[in-house]
Design a protein around this ligand. Structure first.
Ligand code: ADP
Ligand code: F6P
Length: 481
């Protein structure tokens, strides 16, 4: 047990993630408020926590905020402070300038800086300490994502009585890429502090066990890795999902149905409406997708007087160089396509650089004929599952990248290779022109998959496996234990 007296109310179930589910924001007039944090992790974990209560340890999204634990909605939130320098080095630096591009097939160049690593290590220690304080004796602690890969080992050293799970929301790279990382051994040892390490796909889990076997010289048998101490850890795929029933109910509600019609009208009542919804991230293939659409317009395959494209992009990691560049590139491309191909009545592409409420998102999914999801690499991608969940009429078409984790499950989507512009053009055209019968057949199959593998099934399968791990041994404090 941690030696210091606990400062917090303790919980039997604790989630530890870089961000809390809500961000504290300050308006121009100085007033502060809370808003839902961006990204798939929060969308996925919200219903899990609402079902199980427990405590959520994370950062409030603003610098130098030292807040006591508090209750918000149905959450018990335990804030971890980050200084402005730590946000630069741990969050924007090591997490999003090193790990994010490295783990996403180096679609951007990862940077390796020792001071970023030092900050990552120090901040992971702080999260581990907060989790150790808040976890009740014998509690289950579930650590989330690439920002906190050292926490499982750091937490086990402090609290060998805990059951510790870890889930990686992004891809885990092949050994040929991972071995670039100067701190690869520390990351693997950090993760191995967990009893179970969850990945989005079987490929990610295999990449991890391969590294343990070939680089760390550990014994592995299928998903089980045996550590030098004799303790074992499992590395297994648990493809994450969404609250499918919740999304469907929202989409069917009267206000969302009304808003869906109104939105379509605002967009000029097009015959075909394409939709893209993403965080503004270079892994999402937004530029590639819009370029493909622009070519289809220019070639006359799609008539800009009859079709519309709505692209919504949530601002994300805006101080990181690659994100600034992407923002400029997308702005320029949309400007060029609209200048060349739009007319006074309708822009070729309606582009919103903003975050929208979930009801508005559901209205967009409800009214869009074709949802275009084209990541160059994505751990899972929840947007495509949300679209499918909202199509209770079994109409609509999903264009999906082979490089999204979801491609392994949503095989009846119109699959494309985002690196091949012709493949993308072909996928969009087919999705638009396919017979109603074919579209319905595909959508029915997609919906079966999404509704039988929802977020509750995901959480239950991970947590049941974790609960089945033999009771932790509380004697060893060996870091490799
Ligand atoms: P990531 O975790 O990389 O952001 P996902 O597709 O897994 O990608 O999850 C994105 C989540 O963020 C989804 O739940 C989606 O509804 C939400 N989202 C995406 N774009 C927006 C937006 N413009 N406004 C509000 N929510 C958004
Ligand atoms: O799923 C990937 C992820 O990085 C999550 O960890 C995070 O919540 C989300 O995307 C949004 O990113 P950020 O917290 O950097 O805004």
């Amino acid at each position: 047990m941690s030696e210091e007296a606990p400062q917090y109310d303790q919980a039997d179930f604790v989630v530890v993630a870089n961000r809390l589910p809500v961000d504290r924001t300050t308006d121009a007039d100085g007033t502060t408020s809370w808003r839902t944090s961006p990204g798939g992790l929060v969308t996925a974990m919200e219903p899990v926590m609402q079902e199980r209560h427990g405590a959520w340890v994370g950062w409030v999204g603003a610098p130098d905020e030292t807040l006591d634990p508090f209750d918000y909605d149905s959450y018990h939130l335990v804030p971890v402070p980050l200084s402005a320098a730590e946000i630069e080095d741990y969050y924007e630096g090591f997490s999003n300038g090193t790990l994010w591009p490295l783990y996403h097939d180096v679609v951007a160049k990862p940077e390796y800086h020792r001071e970023w690593w030092d900050a990552y290590h120090a901040v992971n220690e702080r999260f581990a300490e907060a989790a150790a304080q808040v976890a009740a004796p014998g509690a289950t602690v579930w650590v989330q994502d690439y920002q906190l890969q050292l926490v499982p080992q750091m937490l086990r050293r402090r609290r060998p009585d805990l059951r510790i799970g870890f889930f990686l929301h992004i891809p885990f790279p092949p050994v040929e890429l991972f071995q670039q990382l100067p701190w690869r051994r520390q990351i693997i040892e950090g993760l191995l502090g967990a009893d179970i390490i969850g990945f989005q796909t079987p490929g990610g889990a295999q990449n991890f066990t391969r590294i343990c076997r070939h680089r760390m010289k550990m014994e592995t048998h299928r998903e089980v890795v045996t550590l030098p101490s004799g303790r074992s850890t499992r590395a297994k795929a648990y493809p994450i999902s969404i609250d499918a029933k919740g999304f469907e109910a929202l989409a069917r509600s009267r206000p969302v149905q009304d808003r869906a019609r109104e939105l379509r009208h605002e967009l000029g009542d097009p015959e075909v409406l394409f939709l893209g919804v993403d965080r503004l991230d270079y892994t999402k293939g937004i530029y590639h997708r819009l370029r493909a659409y622009g070519e289809l317009l220019a070639e006359g395959v799609i008539d800009p007087r009859k079709a519309a494209f709505l692209q919504v992009a949530t601002p994300s990691r805006e101080r990181v160089e690659e994100y600034k560049r992407l923002r400029d590139e997308v702005n320029m491309l949309v400007g060029r396509i609209n200048g060349d191909l739009g007319d006074l009545r309708r822009p070729a592409i309606t582009y919103l650089h903003t975050s929208v409420p979930r009801t508005e998102m559901a209205a967009m999914y409800t009214t869009a004929d074709v949802c275009v999801v084209t990541p160059l690499r994505d751990g899972m991608n929840l947007v495509c599952k949300e679209y499918v969940a909202c199509r209770s009429g079994t109409d609509g078409a999903l264009v999906l990248s082979e490089f999204a984790g979801a491609a392994g499950e949503l095989r009846q989507a119109y699959m494309i290779n985002p690196y091949d512009i012709n493949s993308m053009k072909h996928g969009m055209t087919l999705a638009m022109n396919d017979t109603v019968q074919n579209k319905r057949r595909r959508m029915r199959a997609l919906r079966r998959q999404v509704f039988t593998h929802d977020i509750e099934a995901w959480a239950a399968s991970f947590l049941d496996d974790l609960a089945a791990v033999p009771a932790p041994q509380t004697t060893s404090t060996d870091p490799q234990a």
